[in-house]
Design a protein around this ligand. Sequence first.
Ligand SMILES: Nc1ncnc2c1ncn2[C@@H]1O[C@H](COP(=O)(O)OP(=O)(O)OP(=O)(O)O)[C@@H](O)[C@H]1O
Ligand SMILES: [Mg+2]
Length: 469
Amino acid sequence: MKKGLVSKLAATFIVIISVSFIMTAAFLSYWFEGYYFEQRKTQLMSDSQLIATAAVQYIDEKITADKFNDALVYVGKYLSANIWLTDNYGIVYAVSDNEHKNILGKQVLTNDLEQLRENHVVESRGKYGKLITAPVHTIEIPIFHNEMFKGVIIMHSSLSEISGALKRVYEIIWISAIFAIMVSCIVIYYISRKIIINPLAQINYVADKISKGEVDRRVKINSKDEIGVLAKSFNSMADSLEKVEKNRREFISNVSHEIRSPITSIKGFIGGILDGVIPKEKENYYLSMTYEEIQRLTRLVNDLLDLSSIEAGQFKLRIEEIDINEIIRLCVIKFETKIKEKKLTVDVLMQDDKLLVVGDRDRITQVVTNLTDNAIKYVNEGGNVKISTKAKGEKVIVSIFNDGPGISEEGLKHIWDRFYKEDKSRTSKVSTGLGLPIVRCILTQLGEDIWAENQQPQGVTFTFTLKRI
Ligand SMILES: Nc1ncnc2c1ncn2[C@@H]1O[C@H](COP(=O)(O)OP(=O)(O)OP(=O)(O)O)[C@@H](O)[C@H]1O
Ligand SMILES: [Mg+2]
């Protein structure tokens, strides 16, 4: 991952930076060439005024030919240019360099003459007709005196000399560009390592550790950018994983604990009978206790299977129209023996005779049974249990109240957790602590709600909703 991302990022940035620097350097070189020739033209034109003045004086015979030639040679050297002077017909009458003496008296201007007569400067680059075959930069400047066209100053500068100077400038531009590209590449490489690659490598490392079971590992990145957000989400994911892992461990230890105690009892009872430690006449008593333990185990396993299959969504709810009042009535009848044993008063307050709701008959029966079982189990002997149904808008509200001791503040938070029991000693024999989690799971699957409240002066009410038809 490391190598791939670094090289991809670096390559992308390097291409972008190189293209921009190369474009800038090319533009600069192009611009500088234009600028250089423009400057040269301006310089030659301003200096040509001196030559023009001298030429007019020479034409008017105010200075001698020698003096004029000397001046021309001097200016030509000073400007590094070959200077030719022509009359108004384009015939050369003076040159600044000896090698072109042979063109004296020859007509060198024909095509450009028209433009020059109109006082336009003519500029060209390359060979100058057949007279100069090496590439030159040529400027032809007309001489006007008293608004009369008096001739032309032709100035040639060798292009190879000029390009020598330009070459140096180009070298500076391109070396700077290459240097800038190299520096940017190094900076980009280090920055991308620091802000992207290293944090990603850290996240990857921690993810690997977590997948190997070290769920308490966390990423330490505090930047405020997208990587920081990713690290935060990653850590919160790790938090949930740790929680799930903790729950899993707790669950396994709870299940093992719940299974171990009945198995230990069964083993003790049967061992006692086999060893003869338990007297023959007491065997039946211990066997019935063993049977009870086995029943408890069976219930535990069934409850666990129910809970896990409801949670896993494997329990397909059979949604149908059911009469909740009828389910409650049947449920109370089921508990008649227990009610009589504990001498309880059970009130059932129902709105209307029939109250139709949407639900799965078996599952809703399980909900009502578990809640009624709790109410009867946790109420004091001779106490009261009240079950009521009430239609409210689109919902039916079912409440199951018992006036036993309330549930502690802490308990109210945890009664929905698997294996939670308020008073472990009192209920350990007949309880698994799975009743309420199953109830909540079923109602959640139906999209309904359930809550528990302590009542004044004493008692607890469990209330749940169902969808009315
Ligand atoms: N009506 C109630 N009054 C007082 N406490 C209750 C009531 N219903 C539940 N509780 C408390 O909530 C705990 C969890 O209830 P839950 O039904 O899940 O488990 P259980 O009744 O202990 O076992 P099981 O229902 O599996 O036999 C109980 O142990 C009890 O302390
Ligand atoms: Mg219960």
